[in-house]
Each structure stands twice: as C-alpha cells, then as structure tokens.
Design a protein around this ligand. Sequence first.
Ligand SMILES: NC(=O)c1ccc[n+]([C@@H]2O[C@H](COP(=O)([O-])OP(=O)(O)OC[C@H]3O[C@@H](n4cnc5c(N)ncnc54)[C@H](O)[C@@H]3O)[C@@H](O)[C@H]2O)c1
Length: 260
Amino acid sequence: MKRFEDHVALITAAGRGIGAATAHRLAEEGASVLVTDIDEAAAGKIAASIREQGGTAREFGCDVGDRDSVEAAVAYAVETFDRRGALDVLVNNACACHPDAALFEEEDDEEWAVDLDITLTGAYRCARAALPYLVASGRGAIVNIGSVNGIQDFGNHAYSAAKAGLASLTRTLAGHAGPRGVRVNLVAPGTVRTTAWAGRDEQLDAMRELYPLGRVGEPADIAAAVAFLASSDAAWITGAVLPVDGGTTAVSSGFMAIRG
Ligand SMILES: NC(=O)c1ccc[n+]([C@@H]2O[C@H](COP(=O)([O-])OP(=O)(O)OC[C@H]3O[C@@H](n4cnc5c(N)ncnc54)[C@H](O)[C@@H]3O)[C@@H](O)[C@H]2O)c1
C-alpha cells in the first residue's frame, strides 16, 4: 500500500524546484496532486510529467498573495479529486526573497512587505482556506517549507523574519488544529540546488564547506522529508520544525574554522 493512496494534496509554487520535486514524490506514493504555481504554464508541465509517469495530477494557476486565487485553488483540488469534500495534504512552499540592500538603513518598505506577504501571509491564506477540508479529511496535514534562515542569520532580513514567523505559525496552528485532527509541521531546508541558485554554481560548490554532510541539498532531499511529515508515519508529530540541512544549523562553522 502506498502511503498516499486515496489522498489529495495541494502544493504551492510547484512549477519547479522543491515544490515540483514534492509533487512528484507525493504522486509516486499514490497521491492525487494539484500542482499550483503563479506560473500556470510551469505548473502544467510538472502535472503533465507526473501523468506521463503514471501518476494523477492537474495544474492550477495560483498566486498565494491573492486570497481569491488561493480559495479557488483549494476548491478546485477538492472538486477535481475528492468525493469526500476533503483535502488531505497542503504544502506551503511559496516564498519571495528580495536581495538585501547594501546597508540595513536602506531597506525598501515595499520589498520588505512583499517578502512577508508571500512567504508568511501566503501560507496563512492557504492554511485558512484549506483548514475546513483538512478537518473533513480526518487525517489532514500541513507541511510548511521554512528555511534555515528562520533559525540562524544567513542574510535576507525580511525573508528570514518571514521564515521565523512561519515556524511560529506552525506551532500556533498545530495547537489550534490538533484537536480537530490536523497536524502542522515545518521543514527548514539548508541550501538546495534549484533555479533560485541558477548561475551561481561556484558559490554552491564553495558552500559544501558549511555542510557537515559535505554537499548542498537536492530538491528530492526536501521532498522526502515533506512526504514523511505529511504521512501517517508522522501521526504523532505536530508543531515540529525539522531542519533538513546537511547538519549546517547543528554546527558553528565559524568556530570550527578557528579551532582548526
Ligand atoms: N533553494 C534553496 O536553497 C532553499 C533553501 C531554504 C528554503 N527554501 C524554500 O523552499 C521553497 C521553494 O524554493 P525553490 O528554491 O524550490 O524555489 P524556486 O525559485 O526554484 O521556485 C519558486 C517557484 O515559486 C513560484 N512563485 C513565486 N511567487 C509565487 C506566488 N506569489 N504564488 C505562487 N507561486 C509563486 C515561481 O513561479 C516558481 O515556480 C521556498 O519556500 C524557499 O524559501 C529554498
């Protein structure tokens, strides 16, 4: 029996990268997956490749910055795949991350607001829309995609504040939704080789030094952790923040470099 047989999953920002890998992983394990992304064409390509591999998937254009768009995506997932009027898995994967200004005093209000709105409030919008259907499932699970940036300073002030906020939202929502049968957890990836790092191969190679396991992550590393937390294997886990980061937040590379 596959872990997500007869499960319906909705993933945001799944047109590429970690979201796309997660869509493939959940579909391989039996889920019917709604691949959503602000870029509907990109979502369409991922859904088509899942179907080519024998899985069940459809695409939907969804901007997590827009409440109506989010509510339409959730309704579409339930109507398309489910006769119970339920959703089993929500993966909140979308983010916005503007580069930091050279000086903190020069940070731009609008860029700060967008990073918070897409990265943190977007997950809140999706959870709010999906919660009644996750409750109806009786085995609902939300997995938020955070970041090591929500745990330590790796730059990107607004994005990092939003990711730390997402860890807080994970805990408060776990408390609220647990008694209604819904689990809420967060995966905090370290550096993962996706298009977010396109054209920066040298930087990625240099970053191996920061990772006790000797490499940066691949999207499949994160998808595997998401699948675990979304599955019944994690039936007694809620409110957790799971670093999936090759050990980088467990060690102080600065200290190790000086100690030798
Ligand atoms: N790649 C990394 O090194 C890394 C590290 C830590 C955490 N993460 C987190 O993993 C998640 C995915 O990152 P990735 O590297 O796979 O991203 P990516 O850049 O490869 O893909 C991002 C996707 O998000 C979509 N998107 C952008 N704005 C959106 C919106 N408003 N609504 C819906 N979709 C939108 C884009 O169209 C794109 O398909 C993010 O939450 C990110 O913070 C990534």
